[in-house]
Design a protein around this ligand. Structure first.
Ligand code: SF4
Ligand code: F3S
Length: 106
Protein backbone atom coordinates (compact mmCIF):
# COMPACT_ATOMS: atom_id res chain seq x y z
CA UNK A 1 0.00 0.00 0.00
CA UNK A 2 0.97 3.63 -0.31
CA UNK A 3 1.64 5.74 2.76
CA UNK A 4 1.18 9.44 3.57
CA UNK A 5 4.15 10.81 5.48
CA UNK A 6 5.25 13.79 7.57
CA UNK A 7 5.17 16.56 4.99
CA UNK A 8 1.40 16.23 4.56
CA UNK A 9 0.89 17.45 8.12
CA UNK A 10 -0.40 21.05 8.10
CA UNK A 11 -0.15 21.17 4.28
CA UNK A 12 -3.01 18.80 3.46
CA UNK A 13 -3.38 19.91 -0.13
CA UNK A 14 -5.87 17.07 -0.86
CA UNK A 15 -4.95 16.83 -4.57
CA UNK A 16 -4.28 13.16 -3.88
CA UNK A 17 -7.93 12.30 -3.33
CA UNK A 18 -8.89 13.51 -6.80
CA UNK A 19 -6.99 10.72 -8.52
CA UNK A 20 -7.50 7.80 -6.18
CA UNK A 21 -9.65 5.15 -7.90
CA UNK A 22 -10.09 3.31 -4.61
CA UNK A 23 -11.24 6.20 -2.38
CA UNK A 24 -8.51 5.15 0.01
CA UNK A 25 -7.97 8.50 1.76
CA UNK A 26 -9.29 9.41 5.20
CA UNK A 27 -9.27 12.89 6.68
CA UNK A 28 -8.02 14.03 10.04
CA UNK A 29 -7.76 17.61 11.35
CA UNK A 30 -4.42 18.35 9.64
CA UNK A 31 -3.37 15.17 7.81
CA UNK A 32 -4.74 12.54 5.46
CA UNK A 33 -4.14 8.84 5.91
CA UNK A 34 -4.41 6.01 3.39
CA UNK A 35 -6.17 2.85 4.46
CA UNK A 36 -3.90 0.00 3.33
CA UNK A 37 -6.91 -2.27 2.89
CA UNK A 38 -8.40 0.13 0.33
CA UNK A 39 -5.25 1.08 -1.58
CA UNK A 40 -4.83 -0.91 -4.79
CA UNK A 41 -1.24 0.23 -5.40
CA UNK A 42 -2.10 2.09 -8.60
CA UNK A 43 0.75 4.58 -8.02
CA UNK A 44 -1.31 7.56 -9.21
CA UNK A 45 -1.24 9.69 -6.07
CA UNK A 46 2.46 10.32 -5.28
CA UNK A 47 2.98 12.58 -8.28
CA UNK A 48 -0.21 14.53 -7.52
CA UNK A 49 0.95 15.54 -4.05
CA UNK A 50 2.54 19.02 -4.19
CA UNK A 51 4.27 18.21 -0.90
CA UNK A 52 5.80 14.93 -2.11
CA UNK A 53 4.40 13.26 0.97
CA UNK A 54 3.25 9.92 -0.47
CA UNK A 55 5.49 6.87 -0.80
CA UNK A 56 5.07 3.24 -1.63
CA UNK A 57 5.30 1.31 1.63
CA UNK A 58 8.69 -0.20 0.79
CA UNK A 59 10.10 3.21 -0.12
CA UNK A 60 9.09 5.19 2.94
CA UNK A 61 12.25 6.93 4.19
CA UNK A 62 13.82 5.21 7.20
CA UNK A 63 13.03 8.01 9.69
CA UNK A 64 9.37 8.04 8.62
CA UNK A 65 8.62 4.34 8.97
CA UNK A 66 6.24 5.01 11.85
CA UNK A 67 3.84 6.51 9.31
CA UNK A 68 3.13 3.05 7.89
CA UNK A 69 1.44 2.04 11.13
CA UNK A 70 -0.07 5.50 11.61
CA UNK A 71 -1.82 5.41 8.23
CA UNK A 72 -3.28 1.98 8.98
CA UNK A 73 -4.47 3.05 12.41
CA UNK A 74 -5.72 6.60 11.85
CA UNK A 75 -7.58 5.72 8.63
CA UNK A 76 -9.80 3.41 10.67
CA UNK A 77 -11.02 6.27 12.82
CA UNK A 78 -11.33 9.12 10.35
CA UNK A 79 -14.02 9.78 7.72
CA UNK A 80 -13.30 9.02 4.09
CA UNK A 81 -12.51 12.03 1.89
CA UNK A 82 -13.26 11.87 -1.83
CA UNK A 83 -13.29 15.51 -2.89
CA UNK A 84 -10.52 18.07 -3.08
CA UNK A 85 -10.88 20.98 -0.70
CA UNK A 86 -9.04 24.22 0.00
CA UNK A 87 -5.74 23.62 1.77
CA UNK A 88 -5.00 25.54 4.98
CA UNK A 89 -4.10 29.17 4.28
CA UNK A 90 -0.57 28.70 5.64
CA UNK A 91 0.04 25.38 3.85
CA UNK A 92 2.93 26.78 1.81
CA UNK A 93 4.74 28.02 4.92
CA UNK A 94 4.70 24.52 6.38
CA UNK A 95 5.74 22.76 3.18
CA UNK A 96 9.18 21.22 3.66
CA UNK A 97 9.45 21.76 7.41
CA UNK A 98 10.77 18.56 8.95
CA UNK A 99 9.41 16.71 11.95
CA UNK A 100 5.84 17.99 11.80
CA UNK A 101 4.62 14.80 13.45
CA UNK A 102 4.61 16.71 16.75
CA UNK A 103 1.77 18.82 15.34
CA UNK A 104 -0.28 15.85 14.14
CA UNK A 105 -3.83 16.11 15.45
CA UNK A 106 -5.72 12.87 15.86
FE1 SF4 B 1 -5.25 5.52 -4.10
FE2 SF4 B 1 -3.63 4.52 -5.96
FE3 SF4 B 1 -2.69 6.21 -4.12
FE4 SF4 B 1 -3.38 3.74 -3.42
S1 SF4 B 1 -1.70 4.30 -4.82
S2 SF4 B 1 -3.91 5.61 -2.31
S3 SF4 B 1 -5.14 3.37 -4.77
S4 SF4 B 1 -4.20 6.69 -5.72
FE1 F3S C 1 -1.40 15.46 1.99
FE2 F3S C 1 -0.26 15.62 -0.34
FE3 F3S C 1 -2.65 14.64 -0.17
S1 F3S C 1 -0.14 17.14 1.26
S2 F3S C 1 -3.52 15.74 1.54
S3 F3S C 1 -0.85 13.76 0.74
S4 F3S C 1 -1.92 15.97 -1.77
Amino acid sequence: AFVVTDNCILCKYTDCVAVCPADAFYEGPNFLAINPNDCIDCDLCPVECPAGAIFQEDEVPEHQKEFIELNAELSQHWPRITEVKEPPKDAKQWDGIEGKIKYLKI
